[in-house]
Each structure stands twice: as C-alpha cells, then as structure tokens.
Ligand binder design. Structure first.
Ligand code: PMP
Length: 404
C-alpha cells in the first residue's frame, strides 16, 4: 500500500531541520555537540513584545482572527513598509501568516500551474525548491557562484527565462550565503524583468535588518517601482526580533495575489495566532534598539568566524554581507582521508565527519544546491563559536590531504 501522495516523492525533509534533529538526538544521548545547523537567533524575544502578547490574551483577543491578519497587524505592516522600505500598500494588499514560510507556500499554491517554472538562485533557502516540487511546479536553478558574490547576475537571469517562467525568487540578503545586492544590481535585474511582463517576482527580505559593514537596505519593489504590481515582498518577525517560535510572517503585493493567498490560507489554518499577531505588531511598532543590538552582535560573530576560518587550511569563507550564516567552501577537503581511512568525497561527507569527530552540526551545501560547501549558523554566542572554530580546526588538521 502506498500511503503517501506521490506529490511528496521528490521532496526531501529540510536539511537544516534534519541536521538540527541529529544534533539534538546526539545531545540527548549525552554527546558533546554544538548545533550550528538551524537558522535561529539565540537571543530571547524582547520583553515589550512579550508584554503585548500577554496584554492581548488578557484583553480577550482569543477568538479567530480575520484570515488575512488582524487589522492592527496589517496596519503595523503598512506602517513598517512605509517607514523603513519606502513602499506604499493598503491593508488589503497585506497578508499575515504563520511565518514567512507560510507566506511563500500560499503564494506558490495560489499561482502555480503544473510545469510552471520557478527560478531559484543557488545557493538558496531549501524551502523554495520543495514547495515548488510539492505543488507540481518545476524549480529551475541558476548558479550564483562565489566569484559573483553569490549574486544573481542580470545576464544569467536573462538566459534562464523561458515562456514557462512564472516566478523568480530573490532573497535579500540571502540565506545561506549572506549575498548582498547594491541598488544598481537590483535595478539591472529589474531591467531584465521589465521585458517579461508575465513573470512574478518574490522578494524575500526576512534578513533585511541583518546587514553588515554599514550597508543600508533597499527593497526590490522600492528600487523597481514599475514592477511593484507583480512583486510579492515577503518578510517576518522571526529573524529581526528573535521571534522564531511565534510564527508570524507577512507578505505585501497586488490585491489579486493577496486575495488568492488568503483563499489558500482560509483552507489551511484560518489565519495566524491572534496573540502572536499582537506581539508582532508591537515588534514592528515599538522601539527598534534590540534589532540594532542583535545586528551588531551578528556582525561581531561574523568577524570572529571569518578570521578563524581564514586560518584553517582547506576552508575558505568570503565575509558574508548580511544574515547570520557562514557558507564555507570546503573544496580543499575533497579527496582527503579521515583518520579512520574514509575518503571525503562530498560536502555531506565533510559535515558527517565534523559531526562524528568534532561534535559540530552543520548543513552540507548540497541542501542549497551549491557544492562543495557547508553552512554554519553564526546565531550562537561568541564563546560557543570560538569553541566550534577550535573543534573544526582540530578535526580538519587530522585529515590527510593531498599536496595541493
Ligand atoms: N526565508 C528565508 C530565507 C529563511 O531563511 C527563513 C527561515 N529560515 C524563512 C524564510 C522562514 O522564516 P519564518 O517562517 O520563521 O518566518
């Protein structure tokens, strides 16, 4: 008996969730493992946000919220997009969902026909590909190698477009590479898309506040206002406000698309938790000092990891411009022999070796369609990262590498 739908056949479980679970299992067995798998800030949600949730619960905000989000939260999103992103939206052009993940799923569910192509910039956030596969679309990978700063170049975008292209997924700055785009970069991508009026643009801006070296953020739709009516801007409170567990994300886009996504959401969950929406509204409307504090901490951690990896032969890490990951090139370890005589052939072998020998949980680049790399999360304290770097250095030094 085949119990599960064939729709799930091509879908692999999320690699970062799998790695994190393996780390948790190892820790539960008493093993000394540092989990650098999951992309989750180690900070706690700021108190004023928790207080807002408590107040909402005590005020009886405990009934079904409107499917597309509470008016208060949608107004908070409208205000945020106006203030921070130079984007004008009405409350009927906003949807609030259970995390940015659900916004992405709603968007694909509402728009994809069998065989529609969705352009992905590899390395990309793994969910992009899996939702497209679940829904019968065709993910099309565009390689965005380190030499291009892991960015999508306009000529590569042009080459990938076909009459079946439905969406291009952008992630600014990107997970896992921390790739950042200048205003000129975004304008050049916009110029290509202007000639293809049937393509929808998804701009996932969930890491917008985690930007380093004095960079400032500009939304894709603000740089390319003529494309705003076919752009879905996706964001959420998970990363900026250390609110991963509250599960609130939001999307802003054309009314028709938002209405379609709301229809999908009404069948899945009738909307996002009313109390979590009250908390998210307080996050967007309230003081932003914690956002800046978190970003400064992530930058210091980025610096620490970049400096330490630079001293490990066989590994390379170009300083990411944003987000809280290090995507480490491990091509120098391919072909090396482990002390127990195994040959490292892939980046998955590298991460398996690091977990076994160093107690480090990291995600292989194959999960993001770019090899041989592995991703570590830098959303851990400097002390933990320092320990992790020592362990990685020690494990790599035990490998027998060819003369290169
Ligand atoms: N987009 C990107 C690029 C992400 O990295 C993540 C979380 N890892 C999400 C969306 C989803 O975030 P959430 O569902 O927690 O809002």
């Amino acid at each position: 008996m085949k119990m599960l739908s064939s729709r799930l056949d091509p879908v692999k479980p999320s690699a970062s969730a799998w790695v994190s679970q393996a780390a948790k299992d190892a820790i539960a067995r008493g093993e000394d493992v540092i989990d650098l798998g999951l992309g989750e800030p180690d900070f706690d949600t700021p108190d004023h946000i928790k207080h807002a949730a408590h107040a909402a619960a005590m005020a009886g905000k405990t009934k079904y919220p409107p499917t597309n989000g509470t008016l208060k939260m949608r107004k908070a999103v409208v205000g945020k997009l106006q203030r921070e992103n130079d984007l004008e939206y009405g409350v009927d052009e906003i949807i609030v969902s259970n995390g940015a993940k659900q916004v992405l799923f709603n968007a694909m569910m509402a728009t994809l026909e069998e065989g529609d192509e969705v352009l992905l910039c590899a390395p990309y956030f793994g969910q992009y590909k899996d939702i497209v596969l679940i829904l019968g679309g065709t993910p099309v990978t565009i390689e965005c190698p380190a030499k291009d700063g892991f960015r999508l170049l306009p000529e590569n975008l042009s080459k990938a477009i076909t009459p079946r292209t439905k969406w291009i997924m952008l992630n600014l700055p990107s997970n896992p590479a921390g790739a950042v785009y200048s205003n000129e970069d975004l304008r050049a991508l916009g110029a290509v898309l202007r000639d293809h009026p049937d393509i929808l643009i998804l701009s996932d801006e969930i890491y917008e506040h985690i930007l380093f070296d004095g960079r400032t953020f500009r939304s894709f739709a603000a740089i390319n206002p003529e494309l705003k009516d076919r752009t879905l801007t996706v964001n959420g409170v998970s990363k900026a406000y250390a609110m991963t567990g509250w599960r609130i994300g939001y999307g802003a886009g054309p009314k028709v698309l938002i209405a379609g996504m709301t229809k999908v959401q009404s069948q899945i969950c009738s909307g996002a938790c009313s109390i979590a929406q009250a908390a998210a509204a307080a996050a967007l409307n309230g003081p932003q000092d914690d956002v800046r504090r978190f970003c400064a901490a992530f930058e210091a951690r980025r610096d620490l990891v970049v400096q330490r990896i630079a001293r490990i032969e066989g590994l390379t890490l170009d300083p990411p411009g944003g987000a809280f990951y290090g995507l480490i090139d491990c091509s120098g370890l391919i072909g090396a022999k482990t002390p127990d005589g195994q040959t490292i052939e892939t980046d998955a072998d590298v991460t398996a070796y690091l977990l076994r020998t160093a107690g480090i949980a990291a995600v292989p680049g194959s999960a993001y369609d770019l090899s041989p790399f592995f991703r570590i999360s830098t959303a851990a304290s400097e002390a933990v990262l320092d320990d992790a770097m020592n362990r990685i250095a020690a494990a790599v030094s035990q490998l027998e590498r060819g003369t290169d």
